[in-house]
Design a binder for this molecule. Structure first.
Ligand SMILES: NC(=O)C1=CN([C@@H]2O[C@H](COP(=O)(O)OP(=O)(O)OC[C@H]3O[C@@H](n4cnc5c(N)ncnc54)[C@H](O)[C@@H]3O)[C@@H](O)[C@H]2O)C=CC1
Ligand SMILES: CC(=O)[C@](C)(O)C(=O)O
Ligand SMILES: [Mg+2]
Ligand SMILES: [Mg+2]
Length: 335
């Protein structure tokens, strides 16, 4: 069954439901900085709450905020937005948010992980909702500054005030998302699809596809620089055309030789075995296995994650990219 999505746009949404309310943005990283700045530029009352003085604290001050401790931000807030890493949210909630919850407060998320997998179980006297931008934090800021907005999903988990949707849409408007459009979803759908996307395509799939192709060429004796241009650097140009003009537009921009070769070999590489693996990844997301594994990894101090970051950093493809950086920068369009 296909449900037709409800899409909210700029005209049918208003900032009024949250105007004058105090908004605490917890965390000042990828999304935190973008949200705090966009909400402030939209005329809303934002306070940045952070755990300790450090890099985020300095950045927030540089951007003109007066950051305060998480507790102090929460104590004075009507709306609390969780923009610390997913794995940190439970502890921040238990120690710094829960003790200060008052009736009529809102708990807001940018991803459904902690609510969907029940790591955070808020009391029934607060509203719980999500605005999930479908793009990286720096892009959320960049698009907003340039008059646009990254599309987002909105979901309501708890609607004690009977006004949660209009407040969620107001925040979506405040970060610029309604300039594009905001789709209504559930915490379950957002959490499962977001995890699936980053695992199989956006982060894991695309990166390993590019790295595997690079490594195949280099192992066959081709120059790393040539392999890098072919399998990694050109990806942006191809994906940019898909973004602007869809797959049909991309196919029109490449040669007939590429179209035929891509048609012939693409489905051989990304075959039924790969689709089966995608299905299994989705199953592990849906039955909670992935969430449990990630929580355990995090509790051990994220050794696998650290290893991955290290391996990638030291890989030949990354070294080659660093070597070619100056050349690539020189060639970028100037306006
Ligand atoms: N990164 C992205 O572009 C996207 C992120 N999201 C969601 O947004 C939320 C925030 O994610 P990011 O912006 O990636 O986070 P991030 O990793 O960039 O957040 C870092 C911020 O949290 C603070 N922080 C780090 N560890 C902490 C801890 N143990 N306790 C308290 N504070 C800590 C840091 O000081 C910093 O201010 C998550 O729920 C994520 O799933 C949703 C869409 C895209
Ligand atoms: C940027 C984004 O949307 C991701 C990949 O889902 C994330 O960073 O979690
Ligand atoms: Mg995402
Ligand atoms: Mg994600």
């Amino acid at each position: 069954m296909i449900n037709i999505a409800k899409i909210y746009t700029e005209q049918e949404t208003s900032l009024n439901p949250i105007m004058g309310k105090r908004i605490a943005v917890l965390g000042y990283g990828s999304q935190g900085r973008a949200w705090a700045l966009n909400l402030r530029d939209s005329g809303l009352d934002v306070v940045v709450g952070l755990e300790r003085q450090g890099r985020s604290w300095e950045q927030a001050k540089k951007d003109g905020f007066e950051p305060v401790s998480t507790e102090d931000a929460v104590k004075k807030a009507d709306i609390v937005i969780f923009l610390v890493p997913d794995m940190a949210q439970r502890l921040v909630y238990r120690e710094k948010v829960q003790p200060y919850l008052r009736e009529g407060m809102d708990l807001v998320f940018a991803h459904g992980f902690n609510i969907h997998y029940k790591l955070i179980e808020p009391p029934n006297f607060v509203d719980v909702y999500m605005i999930a931008p479908k793009g990286p934090g720096p892009t959320v800021r960049d698009f907003y500054v340039k008059g646009g907005g990254v599309p987002a999903l909105v979901a309501i988990q708890q609607d004690t005030s009977k006004n949660a949707l209009s407040k969620a849409l107001a925040i979506a408007k405040g970060i610029g998302a309604t300039r594009a459009g905001v789709i209504e979803t559930t915490f379950k759908e957002e959490t499962e699809t977001d995890l699936f996307g980053e695992q199989t395509t956006l982060v894991g799939g695309v990166m390993e596809l590019m790295r595997s192709a690079f490594q195949t060429l280099v192992e066959a004796g081709y120059q790393p620089e040539v392999a890098y241009f072919e399998t990694i650097n050109e990806m942006k140009m191809i994906v940019d055309i898909v973004y602007e003009k869809g797959f049909s537009g991309m196919l029109k921009a490449v040669s007939d030789t590429a179209k035929y070769g891509g048609y012939r070999v693409g489905k051989e590489v990304i075959n039924d075995e790969v689709r089966q693996k995608m299905k299994e990844a989705l199953d592990r997301i849906r039955n909670g296995e992935f969430a449990n594994e990630w929580i355990e990894e995090y509790n051990r101090g994220s050794p696998a994650l650290k290893q991955l970051m290290n391996d990638v950093d030291n890989s030949l493809e990354e070294q080659t990219g660093r070597k070619l950086k100056e050349l690539i920068e020189r060639g970028k369009p100037k306006s």
